[in-house]
Design a protein around this ligand. Sequence first.
Ligand SMILES: [Cu+2]
Length: 140
Amino acid sequence: MVMRHLFIVSLVLLSACASSRPIEVHTTADSAVLANAESVEIRLANFSFKPSDIHLKAGRAYRLVLFNETSGGHSFAAPDFFESAQIAPADADKVSDGTIDIAGNATETVVLIPTTGTYDLVCGHFGHAALGMTGELVVD
Ligand SMILES: [Cu+2]
């Protein structure tokens, strides 16, 4: 009985630590649109996104090229942006909890079709957003 009680308490604690809501990733099978993806390069620096204001057109395919020009890790965290976009099936696994992690001096790419909206962008690494590593994605 005591063990069972401890188990339930652990479950409650675990779920309290997890993110506030699960981020779903939607994929698209529209390979013809994805094949014509336009590349957009975004650099991750200490501590900024360059550019920090990213403008995209809804319904068009983009290849986001996320280049981390520093030796430390950064991330591209935009949960609402990724959740509302249609992501190329091959890239869906790169997005975890609405975030793509980019190791130092590495590049990650993701092909997607964004949806109209204004979305917050931050680096999810501790303290980086407070140091100015924030941005905005505007899709119209
Ligand atoms: Cu960072």
